[in-house]
Design a protein around this ligand. Structure first.
Ligand SMILES: NC(=O)c1ccc[n+]([C@@H]2O[C@H](COP(=O)([O-])OP(=O)(O)OC[C@H]3O[C@@H](n4cnc5c(N)ncnc54)[C@H](OP(=O)(O)O)[C@@H]3O)[C@@H](O)[C@H]2O)c1
Length: 325
């Protein structure tokens, strides 16, 4: 039985009996522990994780108590380590990005074939790990929901964060005139991403600068969403990733309000195409080892991440071979 399993796994793969290091939710913290390596099911692959990204939802789920005992994290970049039954489009050794179904703060994770894409060719694993959750959220907001068009005026609230920095670039690529709110220290960064106007929210109220905006993406908080309604033209759109705006306020402002829905990984190929065309860049503010996952959460909770915080993850069988890539 064991011999058959080892044969099926192939050279360089990990066996089911082995343990891995993973960041497990414990109360409102994340603790690195030894846990069993996950096995891919039908239409899933197992990935040896090279880097995982930190998203606010990771510590928000812990705060709500809905992730207790689970491996934290959703998105990652790594190398396919094992194919589950029925997978033929990928092979062991392929570098990929993914929305993991087993938790991404780990040496190994599994993901559905519908939630993976080839790693952007010129991006490092650290950069690539930052893309899935924030990239797909921004894509859903700017393309699927708002269908931003050339010449439209777009305001991204929280332009320097993970979601915001992706949304600025996607809207700019679609030919929109993009404004963003951020601290003054992030103004130059946002201009390099394509924002033509950056409003320092510490010293200025955006309502006094902007009007007749076609699309606002709110990545900050519900109050910013309510304030944003005043700058949207009648018939314009408020897209929120921080809660559903109250329907009566949307009606009174003569605007459409929408949310983006869940991140599934299905939009990843579109984002990789943009990245490979040089139209999408990832800003990694901080890289920490898996052992510092708790420190990464504290930095994320502070609410001033520029781009992404990444956990670089090493080890596991096949590491020496994969790390050469
Ligand atoms: N619904 C979904 O599917 C979904 C998906 C992803 C994320 N989210 C949610 O969306 C929110 C943003 O996520 P994220 O990953 O982008 O977070 P993040 O990277 O941690 O965002 C940090 C950024 O927020 C900016 N910021 C803070 N207060 C601001 C303000 N008052 N005005 C303008 N900018 C401000 C900071 O800019 P400065 O440093 O310049 O202050 C910083 O760059 C989180 O609440 C997250 O849970 C929802």
């Amino acid at each position: 039985m064991l011999a058959a399993l080892c044969g099926a796994l192939g050279a360089g793969a990990a066996s089911a009996a082995e343990l891995m290091q993973a960041g497990v939710v414990s109360g409102t913290s994340v603790q690195v522990k030894s846990v069993a390596i996950p096995e891919p099911g039908a239409d899933e692959v197992r990935i040896r994780v090279r880097a995982a990204s930190v998203n606010p939802v990771d510590w928000k789920l812990a705060a709500r108590g809905s992730a207790e005992g689970h491996i934290a994290g959703r998105d990652l970049a790594g190398v396919i380590d094992q194919l589950g039954p029925g997978v033929s489009a990928w092979k062991v050794g392929d570098p990929v990005i993914a929305v993991a179904s087993s938790g991404s703060y780990a040496q190994y994770a599994v993901a559905s074939v519908h939630a993976i894409a080839a790693k952007p060719a010129r991006w490092s694993f650290n950069e690539a790990a930052g893309l899935p959750v924030v990239g797909e959220t921004a894509w859903r907001a700017m393309v699927t929901v708002a269908n931003v068009q050339r010449g439209q005026r777009v305001l991204v609230q929280g332009g320097a964060g993970g979601v915001g920095s992706m949304a600025v670039q996607i809207a700019h690529d679609r030919g929109a005139e993009v404004s963003a709110t951020a601290s003054a220290s992030n103004a130059a960064f946002l201009r390099t991403l394509g924002a033509s106007e950056v409003i320092d929210y510490h010293s200025e109220r955006f309502e006094e600068r902007l009007h007749d905006v076609d699309v606002v993406l709110n990545t900050v908080d519900p109050d910013i969403g309510l304030r944003s309604m005043k700058v949207i033209r009648p018939g314009g759109i408020l897209v929120s990733v921080v809660g559903t705006p109250p329907a009566d306020a949307c009606t009174a402002a003569h605007i459409r309000c929408a949310i983006t829905g869940s991140v599934t990984g299905q939009m990843l190929p579109f984002l990789v195409e943009l990245a490979n065309a040089g139209k999408l860049h990832m800003s990694v503010e901080r890289v920490l080892p898996l052992s510092a996952a708790q420190q990464a959460w504290e930095l994320s909770r502070a609410g001033h991440t520029r781009g992404k915080i990444i956990l670089q993850i090493g080890g596991g069988r096949g590491a020496a071979r994969d790390n050469a890539g």
